[in-house]
Write a protein that binds this ligand. Structure first.
Ligand SMILES: Cc1ncc(C[n+]2csc(CCOP(=O)(O)OP(=O)(O)O)c2C)c(N)n1
Length: 289
């Protein structure tokens, strides 16, 4: 399969130079790579998105999918996965949708460990609605709706995911496409809930690029991804603020094979989703006439 097969005719409406393009490219390369290695089938890839700048990614990838509500990507992913466990389900959403409106879903998705992937475009701001603070905006962040600056410490989604029981926790950087592609490939290949928080500077409302370019470093083989305590230590190295020069690790923090949601529910083990139903459309339509 060639990567061009995943392109659509939709015009890209992100701002010119938007770092969401990095996530788009990395995701397409990851999908193509897995398809060409027979790890997944292109026809089974199912994207779930919500509302925001980042969710537009679904318009630009030629696979099946579902546009849901803002903040509700995770329950839709879970529903689709349970409805047809053969599908390769990938959720995409912003930090606002995931860590504000959707925060309860996030914690429970980590606990449930259903076999799908969640990629968060974390620009630490509500971009589509022009720059309001989200739970990952840094302390002191000023915008039109918080002119006195945010007083709270930001939420650290990597720590939250680890503490909530997620079995694959990673952080990527939208401007390092080869590294991000590799993370997304491993996330999709992981059996269980795979979470990737992608640092994605918003050029207009939260341009953190210079800080990231200076401070990001990659976790290497010396980091033991099976050690939860070590993963938590690494996750706490950076607090999502920009007041001091802190090094920011990217890569896989933690990975562990745990029983998935589907594996533990007896009713989901039977291949009931394969049953061919004879649907009498004419009779159904007749009812609505
Ligand atoms: C339940 C609900 N709350 C709020 C909104 C308004 N809304 C639409 S997009 C958006 C911002 C999206 O921000 P984020 O999820 O961080 O994604 P980004 O645009 O930054 O990629 C908001 C607040 C909505 N549509 N639905």
């Amino acid at each position: 399969m060639k990567i061009e097969k995943l392109s659509t005719k939709e015009e890209i409406t992100w701002c010119p130079g938007c770092s969401n393009n990095g996530i788009l490219q990395a995701s397409k390369e990851a999908i193509v790579g897995l398809v060409n290695k027979n790890k997944i089938k292109a026809k089974d890839v199912t994207i779930v998105t919500g509302v925001g700048c980042s969710p537009k990614i679904f318009d630009y990838v030629n696979v099946n999918g579902f546009y849901g509500l803002h903040g509700r990507v995770l329950p839709v992913c879970l529903g689709i996965k349970n409805g047809n466990p053969k599908l390769t389900v990938i959720g995409f959403a912003g930090d606002g949708g995931t860590y504000a409106e959707g925060i309860a879903h996030f914690i429970h998705a980590c606990r449930y460990n259903a076999n799908f992937t969640m990629i968060v475009h974390n620009n630490q701001v509500f971009s589509l609605t022009t720059g309001q603070a989200t739970p990952t905006s840094e302390k002191g962040f000023v915008d039109g709706s918080t002119p006195l600056g945010i007083k709270e410490k930001p939420l650290n989604p990597i720590v939250l995911a680890l503490e909530s029981g997620a079995s694959f926790v990673a952080r990527g950087y939208a401007l390092d496409v080869p590294h991000l592609k590799n993370l997304i490939k491993q996330a999709i290949a992981h059996k269980g809930f795979a979470f990737v928080d992608v640092l994605q500077p918003c050029l207009i409302f939260h341009n953190t690029t210079p800080y990231f370019q200076k401070n990001i470093y990659k976790l290497d083989k010396s980091h033991d991804i099976s050690d939860l305590e070590r993963a938590l230590q690494k996750a706490k190295e950076w607090d999502y603020c920009f007041d001091k020069d802190t090094k920011i690790p990217i890569g896989i923090f933690y990975k562990k094979r745990k029983p998935t949601f589907e594996e533990q529910w007896p009713q989901l083990k039977k291949p009931w989703y394969n049953i061919k139903r004879e649907i009498d459309w004419e009779r159904i339509i007749e009812k609505f006439k």
